[in-house]
Write a protein that binds this ligand. Sequence first.
Ligand SMILES: [Zn+2]
Length: 136
Amino acid sequence: MSEIRARARTILEQHGIRPTSQRVRLAELLLVSPRHMTAEQILGCLRQSDGHVSKATVYNTLKLFVAEGLAREIHADPERCVYDSTMVPHHHFQNVDTGEMTDIRPEELSFARLPGLPPGTEIESVDVVIRVRRKA
Ligand SMILES: [Zn+2]
């Protein structure tokens, strides 16, 4: 078993997720190192290496990873959801030409002012996406 595969299995087991072969493959792609991937990209990678993989399996596994705190969803634009395996708070650049997302460390960004919160609420998180494009 490759080292990456062994690490993927360990991550799943540590979160009480039964390591089926497809879950392990998905964890290898997304969870072993910091990644930003859409479900379609993951599906494409898996189909290239493993042959037939059902879309439903990929979506269900991603939902499970999110529910178990292994990945989070970033809705950077309405058409696609990106899955991010870095769970510590951080922000993102999104390249609108390529769709690629890169991390911004929280200390690189500060807020001079935040709006008043709706009554009875507190801030859970602040996620900023700075969209960039190639210079004209
Ligand atoms: Zn990120």
